[in-house]
Design a protein around this ligand. Sequence first.
Ligand code: PLP
Length: 359
Amino acid sequence: MKYKYRSGLADMPSYDVVERDWRIKINANECGMNPPPLVQERAMTRLDRVAFNRYPNEQADMLREAIADEYGLKKENVVLGNGSSEIIEKLFATFGGKGHKIVYPQPSFSMYKIYAKAAEAEGIPVDLEPDYTLDVDKFIAAVKESRASLAVICNPNNPTGSLFSLEDVEKVAKSINCPLLMDEAYMEFAEAAGYKNSAVPLMKKYPHIIVARTFSKAYGLASCRAGYMLAAEDIATMTGKTMMPYYMNVLTLTVADTVWQMRDEYRPRIEQMITERERMAMELEKLEGFTVYPSATNFLLVKYDRAVELNEYLTELSIGVRSFGAAPRLENTLRFSMGTPAENDQWLLAVQTFARGEV
Ligand SMILES: *Cc1c(COP(=O)(O)O)cnc(C)c1O
């Protein structure tokens, strides 16, 4: 039988991460540790009291309010999502559609291209510079010339680790006349290191700035699928229309709310990941032929002529890192997420062994 699939679906790329039961899994920028025991205990206690028979309206509003409080906003400015992935996908749906253009830097989060396609919009990638910095004027020109309906900047940028300055972000916001989505999936790491680069404080002056954040990275909650966006009420309302009723489940809401209430508990581990990143960067830089890009996140992007062979060697050792194949501007690069210090010691040793030709 020939099924009538939606047109364009067959050509749609899939999220292409090769997963298996890695001994050391540092390929998805996850947190290397489960939540602190205190947080887990509290979450379990709360889950014990959940009304499983009821639709989870109250819990969603509670979390929206708690998040709004932190940023001096109202709950009407907060939209929750099953991961910030859902937020981004729905924003692309909100501003997409036939004839609409969505502009984003390249290389950046690989899903932007796919979400643009899914929204039947035209994705317009703007090349970052060779050192992965952003040419702001070039980006602004691309947004203006294409009369884009949405511009996206990932800050700090995945997979390059680059942190874009708030002045640059403001310049973009000031110069374009479409919403600017700031994907701040890794901003907690930059903030913990003292960088004040989040676009949230700019939202008052520039109500077309949207900020997306996630519980998956710094808060180590990738399994629960929880994220949120902050936006002016009109944008939040329109985006909300693309969501199903009660799309956030009570298990996610309860755990995410607990993590949010206890987010100070995460401070030491976020700081540890930063220390580890600096330690790994220093060690990798010592290796012949390695270029390590500056990172404000929990991962490092490395360029190395023999990246393909190194990846094969690490795979043999059951160490899963992220390689990007022939993705534009990412040839011969590998991305290493920070694991626990013990895991980092292990994969570093493997990389050193390979680089020194001792295999
Ligand atoms: C991980 C990531 C996300 C989304 O993660 P969720 O688990 O869906 O919250 C969004 N943007 C970037 C750049 C990411 O790296």
